[in-house]
Design a protein around this ligand. Structure first.
Ligand code: COI
Length: 355
């Protein structure tokens, strides 16, 4: 596809950008441009790069009423020689199309998705940070732009990519996050949209997120209350356990869990290092008993934004389950994954893609 450039705005000065890059935080600063592709009359049209800026939208745009919206998250990493790479972008392209199918939205060719990332990073490459654990977070998303209030799949959409320099998702230096067991709210149900990366799933996680914060925790863990409280995932990331006999356990993809690219990559890295890997049903009782008995030695969260973050205390109502005993395997996996992404560990699975 030929992307045209419609640049109407003066880009951020070097001085202003450097100030942002010294302390990027997460999700608050944005680069100078966005990619836009319209969908109309059954085809993707007018691929272009515009200045980053507000979207003019009709109040009757379908997304504002029926939430036909999907998104992705991936990162661009700067290597020591200055080149910029991303990680398994075709996995995100495929997942976005699975999300699109679930929300009755049009498929975007995978190569167009990846080309869009390339176009944005090329024009905004000065925004890719190089600090430890930092990257340029890329956020592709598609929303229903058709002006129509009937409930049916919209006929018009906008696909966009924006980018935001990012450091630790949880803010400050890396430290274990505390987790609240969500007993009052589920995230998704069988047959629902849990496996899709759609805004609605995240909206549904916000009341439980407030509940978690009211109990001094950073995230909620969601359970499947109809299935013996099997663990699903956290509000925006998957969860993994390390046992004392060197097994990595993560909840099996049940149809209501997001198929994380980080999750999938870690299963491979763990196997490479001789860990046994189990994707299976694991309940909240097994988590609590495993910590109390010492059978589970580490618990961590994983996702593009969270990377790999150790999980500390678990709060289940009045019960407090203490932090797991160790973080060694968690930190080794984190270091290896970040090493591959930033070009200091061999990319033996060919996961990197140059932007
Ligand atoms: C990601 O890890 O990329 C996510 O989408 C999680 C969250 C920031 C929504």
């Amino acid at each position: 596809m030929e992307f045209t450039r419609h640049l109407t705005q003066t880009p951020t000065t070097d001085v202003e950008r450097d100030k942002v890059l010294q302390n990027p935080g997460f999700g608050t600063h944005f680069t100078d441009h966005q990619v836009i592709i319209d969908y109309k009359d059954g085809a993707w049209r007018n691929p272009r790069i515009e200045a980053y800026g507000p979207i003019m939208m009709d109040p009757a745009a379908a997304v504002l009423h029926y939430a036909q919206e999907i998104f992705e998250g991936l990162k661009a990493y700067r290597h020591a020689d200055g080149s910029v790479w991303t990680f398994r972008p075709f996995e995100n392209a495929k997942r976005m199309n699975r999300s699109a199918a679930r929300l009755a939205m049009p498929q975007l060719p995978e190569d167009v998705f990846v080309q869009a990332l390339k176009e944005l990073v090329e024009i905004d490459q000065a925004w890719v940070p190089d600090g430890d654990g930092e990257a340029l977070y890329l956020r592709p998303f598609t929303y229903a732009s058709e002006v129509f209030l009937g409930v049916r799949p919209a006929l018009e959409y906008s696909f966009r990519v924006i980018a935001s320099p990012a450091a630790n998702y949880f803010g400050g230096p890396l430290k274990p996050v505390s987790i609240w067991v969500s007993r009052n709210y589920a995230r998704a149900a069988a047959g629902g949209t849990g496996a899709a990366k759609c805004g609605g799933n995240y909206a549904a996680s916000l009341a439980p997120q407030l509940e978690a914060e009211a109990h001094g925790c950073s995230q909620s863990v969601f359970l499947d209350p109809l299935n013996d409280n099997a663990i699903e995932e956290l509000g925006g990331m998957n969860v993994c356990f390390i046992t004392k006999d060197n097994t990595l356990i993560t909840p099996a993809l049940s149809g209501s869990i997001l198929e994380g690219v980080t999750r999938k990559s870690l299963l491979q890295l763990a196997q490479d290092h001789g860990l046994k890997v189990e994707e299976r049903r694991i309940t909240i009782d097994e988590w609590e008993e495993g910590i109390n008995s010492g059978q589970i030695t580490e618990v961590f969260a994983c996702g593009t934004a969270a990377v790999i973050t150790p999980i500390g205390e678990l709060k289940d109502g009045d019960k407090v389950i203490p932090s797991p005993a160790k973080t060694d395997v968690t930190m080794a996996l984190r270091q290896e994954l970040l090493g591959i992404q930033t070009g200091v560990v061999e990319d033996r699975h060919n996961w990197l893609y140059q932007l």
